[in-house]
Design a protein around this ligand. Structure first.
Ligand SMILES: [Zn+2]
Length: 278
């Protein structure tokens, strides 16, 4: 027995030493999430991939000046766009050109982006709600979800504004290499099928809109979190960027605590980067 204990202890020490001596193997064991304000995020995955969502950056009034240089995003593997509005498409065309990243969008908006010359066909990943895909390798799964909103693209043709189809508005489920699962709501009102998002994907982190007017306000968002989504952590977004988006994180906290909900609430400032993980 003593020999067993000794051997086990030695094994544990060796394992501990190996772990301590080789931190590089574990250097990305979590996701780094940077918020640019509104619905714009950069996610660095545990395996070193970079996913950017709704890159409204250069004209985003809340993005810090230091972060407006698109080159500072570095390499980008995938850009996901939730719908066609300008505060979500944002710098997609420029960033796609600069980085060569794939651009995941709903199938109809993909056609519009190609025809308008925003994103070349080779970079587009056109898909639709419910079909999990692996556009940047088998270990990361992207699923498009429903969103209760609208989607059109306003663009200039020959100097004249015109409206183009933006397809269906959406949210995204991003399951990372280590299983950590992030839900980006896009712009949406609360809808009861958010239950499906919990049942099917069990998001660890929910990035949800709280600004109101065009989307959920804090009361709606608290309801969505408490009744349907049930994430481990919630991070409010899409508020304060423009005057109409009046919802605040404090209001979200008040509504959640009023429901006896103890979900962790992480409040970031535009430009902040935070590490999330299991
Ligand atoms: Zn929006």
């Amino acid at each position: 027995m003593k020999r067993f204990v000794t051997t086990t202890l030695a094994g544990a020490l060796i394992a501990g030493f190996a772990w301590a001596a080789a931190p590089a193997a574990d250097a990305h064991a979590s996701a780094d999430v940077k918020w640019y304000g509104q619905a714009a995020f950069r996610i660095k995955t545990p395996g070193g991939k970079v996913i950017v969502i709704d890159p409204f950056i250069t004209k985003n009034p809340k993005t810090p000046a230091d972060d407006k240089d698109l080159a500072k995003l570095g390499k980008v593997d995938l850009i996901l766009v939730t719908h066609g509005h300008g505060d979500h498409i944002g710098d997609t065309a420029a960033l796609a050109k600069m980085t060569g990243a794939k651009v995941g969008v709903n199938a109809d908006m993909g056609h519009t982006m190609r025809i308008l010359g925003m994103v070349p066909k080779e970079q587009l990943v056109r898909f639709n709600k419910s079909g999990p895909i692996n556009p940047i390798g088998p270990e990361i799964t992207i699923t498009m979800t429903h969103a209760e909103h609208s989607s059109e693209i306003v663009s200039k043709k020959d100097g004249v504004e015109a409206i183009y189809p933006g397809g269906e508005p959406a949210g995204y489920i991003i399951k990372l290499e280590d299983g950590y699962t992030i839900y980006h709501s896009g712009d949406t009102g609360v809808f009861k099928d958010m239950e499906l998002i919990h049942d099917l994907y069990k998001p660890d982190l929910a990035l949800i809109c709280i600004g109101g007017w065009f989307t959920m306000d804090p009361r709606h968002a608290a309801y969505a979190v408490n009744k349907f989504l049930k994430p481990k952590t919630v991070m409010p977004m899409h508020y304060g960027t423009f005057g109409l988006l009046k919802g605040t994180p404090d209001q979200l906290k008040t509504h959640l605590s009023g429901m006896g909900d103890t979900t962790e609430i992480v409040v970031m400032q535009p430009g902040d980067e935070k590490t999330f993980g299991k």
